[in-house]
Ligand binder design. Structure first.
Ligand code: ATP
Ligand code: MG
Length: 630
């Protein structure tokens, strides 16, 4: 039995041997000749000389042992559909889709943009691209034309796959008009468009360009499309970051390294076994959807649930009913979703038989302790916080119970995973901060591990300049996060580096203040930003969504709660961290992926232009703040 510390040490001391061992978790057509090529930093090339295919590893490989076991379980509470595809059926559907793409002239290296709701065809489309070596670029279905247009422009796809509509909370959102408008706005035009018709909205089809999925699929009923053997370093896909801190970056990912990284994470971190069911509540438009709805679970021979719908419709028990029904063993969600459930009847957590469930993984943003405790107690299973990024493709900080059983610490996503040489550096001197409790910038020393982004799509210079040049004189990858490490080696993320507040010379992470404020029983959600102040340099401003706002109808009531929050922060962090004001709103501005848009709030507070807002979920939330300050 190795300890995790040994495992981690080996991964850094001898990456060649370590990852050669992990590479055995997937099938190769030709075995790799060189495990890691780091001769041209910061560009890491993994498994050179090897050839493999993601779709082969996710689908074909399992036909031998589990052809008739569930692979994809599609559940929509929007259209009330539920269908399970076995590995054999998935194999058939993916080959049909691959034949459609080939038939429309899509070849290895061509880009295919996928703008789709959470329906099974989206999974077929992604896997079909992987099968023939086309590069998919999935764009979150909740984006409207302007965001979509900029991604079409950047990805320059030969073909786009979409659907007539998505549905959210029973409301139909038509995609076709948005797609047509986006193509009109973009200077790049796709040659072909394939539309899935769900019967939710009428579509006008452009003759010569637009094709129907069903029509094409019928033409290719018995299609047999063998997997294209890809070089390990060939591009599998591109995906855009969430845009929390500015213009989204086009993350480019390889094939072999990604397959190995995901297979290893399924074993060491998620502990998912073949034949079991994995349920990630994310969306295919995000990296979690790529890694842990589609590729990771399928690579591991697990069934994966693809869920279209809200977590609270028909009621807040819907996810747990799926856990019971499909005997889910591993679940993955986000703190923002748990906060939504927290507003529902807690009895719903106890209504279903959750005995199959071993752990709930949460990622995407800081997990505040009250939320973490609430869900841990409610479900009675370990809650495993994990910190990572679109760029990394798989967890950077978490715990790896497949290597050594450990428990999480509330507030900390965990320790650096194998393959990641994580450090905390002083942001201006670049000096390594080794003492527990010292605050600084979280960085990763190269070579970055398999699965990590190769570069920014079409823009090596942006990759180098954005990610590797932020610490003067050092070539290290900045995660743009600010953090500390405790005496046991656990990390704490204190906020984005640009969210660090400097109050009269004291450096404070917005996250620390938010954590303190959220411990007040009447606080449901909070955002803290630093605002320029003539006297102190910066002051903290807090925006709070109250759990029960019915008592906050007049100034006196609001001032009373503000006072109580001040007192709490004073006691927990000291008066220096006390926000200048606590303002009450009914919603906070967030990205479509549920992250707080602090930079936009900060800009509004300082009377500046909030910048790129194409990924904002609800613009009225920002307007509320504008109105409050006016
Ligand atoms: P952009 O890079 O475009 O500004 P983004 O950073 O929000 O957007 P993502 O890749 O979706 O895009 O998010 C990664 C970031 O999310 C991390 O750098 C970190 O700030 C935050 N994050 C993710 N997981 C956690 C976690 N478990 N705890 C704290 N923060 C997290
Ligand atoms: Mg980021």
């Amino acid at each position: 039995m190795t300890t995790f510390a040994d495992f981690h040490r080996q991964s850094l001391a001898d990456p060649q041997a370590f990852w050669a061992e992990q590479a055995k978790l997937i099938d190769w057509k030709t075995p790799p000749q060189q495990v890691c090529d780091w001769s041209n930093p910061p560009f890491a090339h993994w498994f050179k000389g090897g050839t493999t295919n993601l779709c082969h590893n996710a689908v074909d490989r399992h036909l031998k042992d589990r052809a008739d076991q569930p692979a994809l379980i599609y559940v929509s509470t929007e259209t009330n559909e539920e269908r399970t595809y076995t590995f054999r059926e998935l194999h058939t559907e993916v080959q049909r889709a691959a034949a459609m793409l080939r038939g429309l002239g899509v070849n290895k290296g061509d880009r295919v943009l996928i703008y789709m709701p959470m329906i099974a065809e989206a999974a077929f489309a992604m896997l079909a691209c992987a099968r023939i070596g086309a590069i998919h670029s999935v764009v979150f279905g909740g984006f409207a034309s302007v965001s979509l247009a900029s991604r079409i422009e950047d990805a320059s796809p030969k073909l786009i796959i979409s659907a007539d509509a998505g549905s959210r909370g029973g409301k139909v959102v038509e995609y076709k008009p948005l797609l047509d408008e986006a193509i009109r706005l973009s200077s790049h035009k796709p040659e072909s468009v394939i539309m899935v018709n769900r019967g939710l909205a009428p579509m006008s089809m452009l003759a010569g360009r637009d094709h129907s999925w069903r029509g094409l699929s019928e033409k290719h009923q018995d299609a047999q499309v063998p997997c294209e053997w890809m070089d390990a370093t060939d591009i599998s896909y591109t995906i855009y970051t969430s845009g929390t801190t500015g213009r989204p970056k086009g993350v480019q990912r390889d094939t072999g390294g990604y397959a190995v990284a995901l297979a290893a994470s399924m074993k060491h971190i998620f502990c998912g076994n073949p034949g079991e069911t994995y349920f990630s509540t994310s969306d295919i438009g995000w990296v979690v959807g790529h890694s842990y709805i589609i590729y990771g679970p399928l690579l591991a021979g697990m069934a994966t649930i693809m869920y279209e719908g809200l977590p609270i419709r028909p009621d807040g028990g819907i996810w747990w009913s799926l856990v019971e029904k499909y005997k889910v063993t591993v679940m993955f969600s986000a703190p923002t979703a748990v906060r939504v459930l927290k507003k529902q009847d807690p009895a719903l957590l106890k209504k279903y038989d959750l005995s199959s469930l071993r752990a709930l993984f949460l990622a995407g943003e800081p997990l505040d302790e009250p939320t973490g405790r609430w869900i841990a107690e409610g479900l009675g299973v370990p809650i495993i916080d994990n910190y990572w990024q679109t760029e990394s493709g798989w967890p950077i900080l978490t715990i790896a119970n497949g290597v050594e059983k450990k428990s999480s610490k509330f507030g900390s996503p965990g320790v650096p995973m194998y393959g990641y040489n994580v450090k905390i550096l002083h942001e201006s001197t670049g000096e390594e901060l080794t003492e527990p409790g010292q605050k600084g910038v979280v960085v990763i020393e190269g070579p970055t591990p398999p699965g990590f982004m190769q570069t920014v799509w079409k823009d090596d210079a942006r990759f180098v300049n954005t990610y590797w040049k932020s610490i003067p004189g050092k070539l290290v990858y900045s995660t743009f996060d600010w953090g500390i490490r405790d005496q046991d080696g656990y990390y704490y993320i204190l906020g984005r580096t640009d969210d660090v507040i400097n109050v009269a010379g004291h450096r404070l992470g917005t996250r620390e203040i938010e954590e303190s404020i959220s411990s007040h029983p009447n606080v449901a959600e909070v955002a803290v930003v630093g605002v320029a102040d003539q006297l102190k340099g910066q002051v903290a401003m807090a925006f709070v969504v109250a759990r029960d706002a019915s008592a906050l109808t007049d100034d006196a009531a609001r001032l009373k709660l503000e006072g109580a929050i001040f007192k709490l922060v004073d006691e927990q962090l000291g008066a220096v961290a006390r926000p200048a004001r606590v303002r009450f709103v009914t919603a906070l501005p967030k990205t479509r992926s549920g992250k707080l848009l602090r930079r936009a709030i900060q800009a509004v507070c300082e009377g500046r232009d909030p910048g790129d807002l194409t990924t904002i979920e609800d613009p009225t939330a920002l307007q509320q703040i504008r109105d409050l300050l006016a």
